[in-house]
Design a binder for this molecule. Sequence first.
Ligand code: GTP
Ligand code: MG
Length: 313
Amino acid sequence: MGLFNKIKEGLKKTRSGIMGRMEGLFARNAFDDEFYLELEEILVAADVGVATTLDLVAALRQKVREEKVREAGQVMEILKGLLLDILGRERVALNMAEKPAVILVLGVNGVGKTTSIGKLASRLKKEGKQVLLAAGDTFRAAAIEQLEIWADRAGSEIIKHQHGADPSAVIFDSITAALGRKRDVVLCDTAGRLHNKANLMEELKKIRRVVEKALPGAPHEVLLVLDATTGQNALVQAKVFNEAATLTGVILTKLDGTAKGGIVIAIAKELKVPVKFIGVGEGVEDLQPFDPAEYVDSLFSLPDESRSECCRL
Ligand SMILES: Nc1nc2c(ncn2[C@@H]2O[C@H](COP(=O)(O)OP(=O)(O)OP(=O)(O)O)[C@@H](O)[C@H]2O)c(=O)[nH]1
Ligand SMILES: [Mg+2]
């Protein structure tokens, strides 16, 4: 399966979920109170979130009135434009200007941190970068072994300590090793115990301090991994992590497992932190750079196979 098809395939649920209903709504071609109410319902159901939905629909209503627009196609274009105002129009690449680029990967347990690091390592390796993985999750049993498997798969080096060791020390050693060996990038795995535990946040702050000490100017990226299937809870997690560690980007995983991809919009609106990658499956190829224009287009153009799927439902 080609990469593009893979993204389409991964987002199929999101597309058929949001668009299955949106298409019918626009097809009525009547932009009255009922239209806006139903649009609100669809967006909230798709995880866009109440606050963001209300803003979005109010802005759409105002533009449609001001521009005296009456056709479904034009209304849809205005809505797309508003979505892109929130998401940004450009893809936001990883900051890889420094060598090594130090990338911290954070998130609560089970969201897909280690898997995303593995996929990212493979992707960067293919781009010709020399990648070093830091086994910073010393808390969960088997976390180090899991990262080792991904390191093997990606043909990357890994720096690890014992289970139970100080994660900051592992990351410090990894950066020092990457400096000495002139590696391009250090991807740091971290533990994902619950965010409401103050000790995790303290640990993350400590990791940040140690990273800065190991390499002034680092970390160059602090990526939060969020599981799209957890809905609005992802937003709560994001706020907590952002306070502790000042995020530079989000990796949104498991979009293949939900018909509610609207959380992408809520994250961009509420957090002002760009979604940089999306996870659309468990395989090594299933991490894709997030392209706002492509995403918005995919929401509004139903491919044939989803069309038949939505009609069967
Ligand atoms: N379907 C799907 N599954 C995913 C995706 N990303 C990760 N997973 C799965 O989610 C599960 C948890 O992934 P991990 O990478 O271990 O998550 P983690 O955040 O490192 O978890 P902890 O180390 O326990 O904190 C695994 O079974 C992954 O295969 C994705 O994009 N789609
Ligand atoms: Mg992990």
